[in-house]
Design a binder for this molecule. Structure first.
Ligand code: URA
Length: 230
């Protein structure tokens, strides 16, 4: 059960003060009944809201993209470190409970991170079977040779008996940066892949995750934005 005014805000009908004004004017029908008290408790899973002739049903899922900064860990809570959820709830204090990051970025990794309460989608995006693309801008301590690129693209042994699946490397000869696209999410995968070809990662920044791309968004480091899924 949730407060009616909160539900109306979540449905995108208006801000907290706007929906209170609409309620006061008797413009909102709740299961066919005119309700004016914002504190009325409703069952978000079954309630039908009507406003200006449009019927709204509750969207249970919320999606946000963060450009993760360094120094925070990708967890819902932690005793010692600040987490991505601390940043998230600072920006969206009224967001529903149950939002969590999809997958992990290391504490010193920056870039695109999806947060949602849609467990089914999170599961699908993380499933190794789905081969969701993740592209990282990797800054290294040196350059890559042609055989390093070949190895990264065809699979490298990263320890613990793990061999990586084919990946894509976009690289300009002589540079210490490359774009690496992987389709799996093994622990510290990019750092371990680079290590396998004798390079150390100096900076790691995820520029895309599945269909989402940072360069299509105006999202500074540390920012979070709510998105709609079509
Ligand atoms: N690979 C890594 O090594 N670290 C990350 O944060 C993400 C992918």
């Amino acid at each position: 059960m949730v407060r009616l005014d909160k539900l109306l805000v979540d449905l995108g009908i208006g801000t907290r003060s706007e929906v209170k004004a609409l309620l006061k004017k008797g413009l909102i029908l709740v299961d066919g009944v005119r309700i004016t008290k914002p504190e009325t408790k409703v069952d978000e899973n079954t309630v039908k809201i009507q406003y200006q002739g449009v019927e709204y049903s509750y969207t249970r899922y919320f999606y946000y993209l963060m450009n993760k900064p360094t120094g925070v860990i990708t967890a819902t809570e932690d005793k010692n470190d600040a987490t991505v959820m601390d940043i998230f709830y600072k920006k969206y204090p009224d967001a529903p409970k149950g939002i969590s990051p999809v997958g992990r970025l290391d504490k010193d990794t920056t870039g695109l991170l999806l947060l949602t309460n849609d467990g089914k989608l999170a599961h699908e995006l993380l499933s190794p079977k789905k081969h969701v693309d993740k592209t990282y801008l990797v800054t290294m301590d040196g350059v890559l040779e042609a055989e390093d690129i070949y190895a990264l693209e065809h699979g490298v042994h990263i320890g613990e008996g793990e061999l990586t699946a084919p990946a894509t490397v976009e690289y300009t000869s002589g540079e210490t940066e490359c774009l690496l696209t992987i389709h799996e999410g093994k622990f510290h995968q990019v750092k371990r892949m680079m290590h396998a070809v004798g390079r150390t990662v100096i900076r790691l920044h995820r520029v895309s995750f599945g269909p989402w791309k940072l360069d299509h968004m105006d999202l500074d480091i540390g920012d979070v934005v709510q998105i709609e899924l079509s």
